[in-house]
Design a protein around this ligand. Structure first.
Ligand SMILES: Cc1ncc(COP(=O)(O)O)c(C=O)c1O
Length: 418
């Protein structure tokens, strides 16, 4: 049996034992055979289509392996950047631009590193105040952390974590910090659809604050892209507030059904700083053209009539499942109770403990063949099941889930009583 050098083995094992005893240990689980899956972000079912662009033999694309700055940028990449501008209703707007990243995670890391640290040539004593929602995604948090770790930024970056979706708290913090620090820069980070709660950012409230506080707004639309907005452009588009977002981040790996990440800016300066100071995009291989073509095809579908019909079906499914769960006494997130344009496909079902969440997820899987992930700390403050509704789910599958959850709740409660 191989062993790790020095004290590593015992050190790692103790960490794992601790997680195990707190019911926080994670395992991989093969998910090939299941009767229904509620753990995928392929909201419109587009990843389940094999697009002609990715598979036809007549399709010839120069498949180069290099970063986007070396050899990885092709006509296909440029076309996709243009298509994303169209999706965001920014095509033809002066200065508007997009950048592709190897993933949405890499996009957020790059944005954090590029915007939140002070680079050579910039004022070395420039102070930057960074405001981040307390439930922002790990990639946003890590982007800020990476920036803080960069040379010259340790004493320049001031992080202010505001209460979840609480514009009043954000305003208070803006006033206290940036308001009394003349010459400093400010940037606010938020998700538009929060990935684990499914609730929608108060973009109207944040946009209003921009009038008095001159901050850069970075909005991560990972879970809203192709899901919200008339053409699938996201929450900002749905609310008619695209012009308030300085930098929108997104992923091609969820509803777009391909792979990769992107950022869209209203100023070419932001594209340049990302390409020059965003280390994850500089030092990673660019997206393969086949995936880029697949994203292009799927965004086209998503922006058109077919996409609108898929979004309508998705909303119908969310409404149906939320109602079915409420009728069975489950406490869910705001999902199906929102106005149509802002209806989130992520439905969290609150669980009383980590152990209860795990047991519920396992029982659903083992007894009913239904996959719903249990999400536990530190990903979220309180354990829950995270149901991701797709446009491709049938009403029968949704009912199956609601009934299976009801049976599972009784079984897990019964087990707890024994
Ligand atoms: C809000 C948010 N941002 C970014 C990402 C990262 O996207 P990707 O999966 O493309 O790396 C995710 C993925 O879970 C996410 O939920």
């Amino acid at each position: 049996m191989s062993s790790l050098p020095g004290e590593w083995e015992g050190h790692l094992q103790r960490g794992l034992d601790h997680l195990e005893s707190a019911h926080l240990l994670r395992h991989t689980r093969k998910s090939d055979e299941m009767s229904a899956c509620f753990g995928s972000n392929d909201y419109l079912g587009l990843a389940q289509r094999r697009t002609a662009a990715a598979t036809t033999s007549s399709f010839r694309c120069p498949e180069r392996r290099g970063s986007i700055l070396v050899s990885g940028y092709s006509a296909a990449h440029e076309d996709l950047e243009e298509k994303i501008l169209e999706l965001k209703s920014l095509a033809g707007c002066p200065g508007a631009c997009a950048v592709l990243f190897p993933s949405g995670f890499a996009a957020n890391l790059s944005v954090g590193m590029a915007l939140c640290s002070v680079h050579a040539g910039q004022n070395p004593s420039q102070r930057i105040h960074v405001y981040s929602d307390e439930l922002n995604h790990a990639s946003i948090i890590d982007g800020i952390r990476f920036a803080k770790a960069m040379k010259g930024s340790r004493n320049n970056l001031f992080l202010h974590v505001y209460k979840h979706n609480d514009v009043k708290d954000l305003e208070r913090q803006l006033q206290n910090a940036s308001g009394s620090d003349t010459g400093s820069l400010s940037v606010v980070f938020s998700e538009s659809v929060f990935s684990m709660d499914g609730d929608i950012c108060d973009l109207r409230g944040i946009a209003q604050l921009k009038q008095d506080h001159k901050f850069l707004l970075v909005l991560d639309e990972a879970h809203a892209t192709l899901v919200m907005g008339d053409r699938g452009g996201g929450v900002a588009q749905a609310l008619g507030l695209s012009h308030e977002v300085d930098l929108a981040v997104g992923t091609l790996s969820k509803a777009v059904g391909s792979f990769g990440g992107f950022a869209v800016a209203r100023s070419g300066l932001l594209r340049s700083i990302l390409l020059n100071k965003g280390r994850p995009v500089i030092y990673s291989t660019a997206l393969p053209s086949a995936l880029v073509r697949e994203a292009l095809t799927n965004i086209d579908i998503g922006m058109g009539e077919q996409g609108s019909a898929m979004r309508e079906k998705l909303r119908k499914n969310v409404r149906f499942l939320t109602k079915a769960l409420a009728e069975r006494g489950f406490i869910c997130g705001e999902g199906g109770r929102k106005e149509a344009q802002l209806m989130s496909p992520i439905i969290p079902v609150a669980m009383p403990s980590e152990q209860f969440a795990l047991r519920t997820s396992s029982h659903l899987w083992e007894k009913h063949g239904i996959f719903v992930p249990a999400i536990r700390p530190p990903t979220v403050p309180t354990s829950r099941l995270r149901i991701a509704v797709l446009a491709t789910h049938s009403l029968k599958e949704l009912l199956l889930l609601a009934d299976a959850l009801t049976e599972t709740r009784s079984a897990v409660n019964e087990h707890a009583r024994l």
